[in-house]
Design a protein around this ligand. Sequence first.
Ligand code: IPM
Ligand code: MG
Length: 372
Amino acid sequence: MAKYKIALLPGDGIGIDVLDAAKIIFDKIKLDAEYIYGDIGWKFWCSEGDAFPQRTIDLLKNVDTALFGAITSKPVKAAQAELIPALQSKGLTYRSPIVRMRQMFDLYLCLRPCKAYPGNPLNFKEGIDLVIFRENTEDLYAGVEFYPPPQELIDALGKTSKPFAAFSKLPPDQYAISCKINTKAGSERIVKAAFDFARIMKRKKVTIVHKANVVRASDGLFLETAKDVAKQYPDIQTDDANIDALTMWLLKNPFNYDIIVAPNLYGDIISDLCAQMTGGLGFGCSGNIGSKLAVFEPTHGSAPKYAGQYKVNPIATILAVKMMLDWLGEKDKAVQIEKAVAAIIKDGKIHTYDMGGNAGTLDMAKAIAERM
Ligand code: IPM
Ligand code: MG
């Protein structure tokens, strides 16, 4: 029996292209692993009414870790229209499978390192090295949403919230409610993870992100909890910033930041900003980590217009493989991959289209594999 069982979940669009690239890297490092492909994605929504079928959930319960590609998502009405006719009357609602996976397996930590590898022509500035800790199961992603809001909810909110009075006068189909739910335990564990990482990796500072001046209840709780956690780490510098101001400061002086910890949605937004500062989404890698399972993925989406063209940059996914090996404790292999990626970027001879060249997805993966 192989030492590890690894699920490969390509999903849709370029998810398939980049997982083929990842397979080249897995083959090269000769990990003692069994790779099992799993079904996930838009095509399963259309044909079965479920983009994350039960058989894939069962697969994830039986593997050590997984690599996920990307999934195409569409708004509720458009999603309904694409179901096969037999399913259209069933009242199914589409919810992003990756969001469901994060919640179902309690993959509470979304780890997103954003490092400017020297010589990357797409670096915003050389030397940027940020690590984002994004809470991954709560916040506006809780999935507690109402459109139109039910009468019981309207009545209850009317009794407890003064500002709600203005909305409650509207006909229910004229407004929608999405709940932002942050828990103390959820905030505590993501912030602890960030500080523990700072300590182990000898990083200098953790920045807590919020909008507690306006979103007083949920972000207020996140900020207060985070500040309490910070007290247990007097050796690490701490500061906090409002999400809006942080985006400006990050661009103005990225070197003032080091580790950033944020509730789910702000973490999502900062992820794209920081990925862009370090080469773009072709370089943004991500780990969804829980206490039992971790699922690694590129931060980018399924880019349907490039699907099957094998032209997108596979480095994001290859760095996600590197993260997976770190998590498995295969440190040497992780270092081997990262060194090869860094060397190929520094050489500057192989560039995918995003980097201004015409190397294909698999050309880039092969070049990295050859450098290992
Ligand atoms: C991400 C993505 C997802 C998210 C989408 C695809 C649901 O943007 O992983 O950053 O919002 O979390
Ligand atoms: Mg995102």
